[in-house]
Ligand binder design. Structure first.
Ligand code: OSB
Ligand code: MG
Length: 382
């Protein structure tokens, strides 16, 4: 089994524009409700934004890391360091985007930091060419399926309320977080009340292979998948678990790029992959993984990082790419924030779909006053 050599994407040959000004802005937006995983509970989104200016055109992108390493090893602090000290010095006007990616590979890991710059440049190019981002990437417009990620709740009753609201809204699938001791009976409660809803669970790595007998009890609930049951760092043990379980395993944390995806498929470690564009280093690597998986009968979907409207719009554009056959973690803005920093907010249509914001670039407008109101820090880099 050899590593895939992905075909070149047409966008790789576009030239990096000359940048006139670069800023990094960190904003903090309170969540409408705390969001809990098996690892941590977040009460707000602290997001680092990159603002690029070129010939009077301004593009914003979002680093999807958190201030803490409780989902992924990158933090806003490491991303700032890597972007400022290692990645931005590699950005040279006139070189191809593909060449920039090759230069970025000299920096090991730090996909979220890389994605912030690569996505920002692609958004800038799309704005300059007057094209929606998905069109620059080569994908026709299509509406996106929706999915809600429900954090750990304090009681099964509260969980049922949240699922009820999501079903009412028309979400195409519902994900519930689980952890050891807050799993089988909670899933059973949801299944009993909603026998046919498309349901899945996400453990964020809370189990070990020794929990096999316990995890197998989840097989009776007709779940679409179980996301990242074992360690954030593992692929091999997931392959052993998948052989023992009927429910498809979906890998999230373990997949940092196309090479990991190919390892996971070769080992049979999962039947589905959650692509978070930041975690895998940007939109182009995401497109490569989606294609690779689609060609092998493995479904992919776009994960989320509770992003502001900037990152959420990037995820929406990404989902026009071939291979995104499953509903992802893209839900309404009101699920996260009372007031976002972009307009318009994401809303579901009556059939539960999400439209691509129309217009060049991301199709959303960053509201300067709201960024200023929410800014914790603002650093001009160029
Ligand atoms: O594991 O998918 C995850 C949010 C933050 C960190 C990790 C995860 C999540 C989510 C929510 O599940 C995704 C979203 O609604 O944006
Ligand atoms: Mg996950």
């Amino acid at each position: 089994m050899t590593r895939p050599t992905p075909p070149r994407l047409p966008v790789e040959s576009l030239a990096v524009p000359k940048l006139d000004r670069i800023d990094l802005v960190t904003v903090k937006l309170p969540f409408v409700a705390p969001f809990g995983t098996s690892v941590y509970v977040w009460t707000d989104k602290e997001a680092m934004l990159l603002r690029l200016e070129s010939g009077g055109v301004t593009a914003w992108s979002e680093c999807v890391s958190d201030p803490d390493p409780f989902y992924f090893y990158e933090t806003n602090g490491t991303a700032l360091h890597i972007i400022k000290d290692f990645l931005l010095p590699l950005v040279e006007p006139g070189i191809a985007i593909g060449e920039l990616e090759a230069r970025f590979r000299h920096v090991r890991g730090h996909g979220m930091a890389k994605a912030t710059i690569e996505n920002g440049l692609l958004i800038l190019l799309a704005l300059e060419q007057g094209l929606p981002l998905h069109e620059l990437l080569g994908f026709p417009a299509r509406k996106i399926m929706s999915g809600l990620s429900i954090g750990l709740k304090e009681s099964p009753a509260k969980l049922l309320e949240a699922v009820d609201r999501a079903v009412d809204k028309g979400y195409h699938r519902i994900k519930m977080k689980v952890k050891k001791g807050q799993d089988v009976e909670w899933v059973r409660a949801v299944r009993e009340r909603f026998p046919t809803v498309r349901l899945m669970v996400d453990a964020n790595g809370d189990y070990a292979l020794a929990d096999l007998d316990h995890l197998r009890r989840l097989d009776e609930f007709d779940l679409m998948m179980i996301e990242q049951p074992l360690s954030y760092n593992d692929i091999y043990e997931h392959s052993l678990l998948q052989k023992e379980m009927k429910t498809p395993i979906c890998l999230d944390e373990s997949i940092h790029g196309l090479a990991d995806a190919s390892t996971a498929l070769a080992l049979g470690a999962c039947r589905i992959i959650n692509i978070k564009q930041g975690r895998v280093g940007g939109l182009l690597e995401s497109v490569r993984i989606a294609r690779f998986c689609a060609g092998r009968g493995v479904g992919v979907w776009s994960g989320g990082m509770d992003e502001t409207g900037i990152g959420r719009a990037v995820n929406i554009h990404l989902q026009t790419a071939d291979g995104f056959s499953l509903p992802g973690d893209t839900s309404e803005t009101s699920n996260y924030f009372d007031e976002d920093i972009v307009e318009p907010p994401v809303v579901l249509d009556p059939e539960g779909f999400i439209g691509i914001p129309p217009g060049p670039g991301l199709g959303v407008t960053v509201v300067a006053e709201r960024v200023l109101k929410r800014a914790l820090s603002w650093e001009r880099l160029l």
